[in-house]
Design a protein around this ligand. Structure first.
Ligand SMILES: [Zn+2]
Length: 209
């Protein structure tokens, strides 16, 4: 095996590890909303089939309620029949059920059908941020010019970006983003909103050259 082949193998192993980590995050997102739906109506039985059928793309109302009401209101605020505090407690208990671990293993093993490794690898190989369009070579160029202020920034790459953090990691919901865009976007801004901010970042990068 020559040096290049070793690098390719290292890259592949790294990509597979990231793919697996994203599978776990993706599961966590889906399971959290699924359990929230059960908790707010007082159900304690987790049905594997129902989880498999649960589609976040069709749950915009539920996601909206979770993000703008449940996590923001006071603990005594009532949603449906229970207070936020009661829902939180029910949700915590649901998360501890053994079946959740089993469903996670199952989800991770089948993640290929959610985000195929081939498409995932293609995405990871992209060299420009989807928002500000800074490229990996531009980052290196700015580092060489001593124009990057982030500590220990040499050698870090673009990160897998989920446009909507409340949805799973899928081909359509993912791209690559730079460290700065990723940090600034958080879960607050939508893709459309952040595109405008990315354009402003672009101007700043250009002004540093
Ligand atoms: Zn960026």
């Amino acid at each position: 095996m020559n040096k290049n082949e070793i690098y390719v193998e290292m890259d592949e192993a790294k990509t597979i590890a990231i793919h697996k980590a994203k599978a776990k995050s993706s599961f966590k997102t889906k399971m959290n909303f699924f359990l929230y739906r059960l908790a707010k109506v007082g159900k304690s039985e987790i049905d594997a089939k129902a989880f498999s059928k649960f589609n976040l793309e069709e749950e915009s109302e539920l996601i909206k309620e979770y993000t703008t009401v449940y996590v923001q209101e006071e603990t005594n605020y009532v949603i449906s029949n229970f207070t936020v505090e009661e829902i939180y407690s029910k949700l915590s208990k649901l998360k501890k059920q053994i079946i959740v671990r089993e469903l996670e293993r199952d989800y991770v093993s089948k993640f290929e059908s959610v985000f195929p490794l081939k498409a995932f690898t293609k995405n990871i190989k992209k060299e420009a941020c989807c928002y500000c369009e800074i490229t990996t070579s531009e980052i290196t160029e700015l580092i060489d010019l001593r124009k990057i202020n982030k500590k220990a920034s040499r050698g870090f790459n673009l990160e897998v970006e989920r446009f909507d953090a409340n949805l799973e990691y899928t081909v359509d919901n993912c791209d690559m983003a730079c460290y700065w865009c990723n940090n600034a976007k958080t879960d607050e801004f939508t893709k459309k909103e952040f595109m405008k901010i990315g354009k402003a970042f672009r101007k700043v990068w250009d002004s540093r050259k």
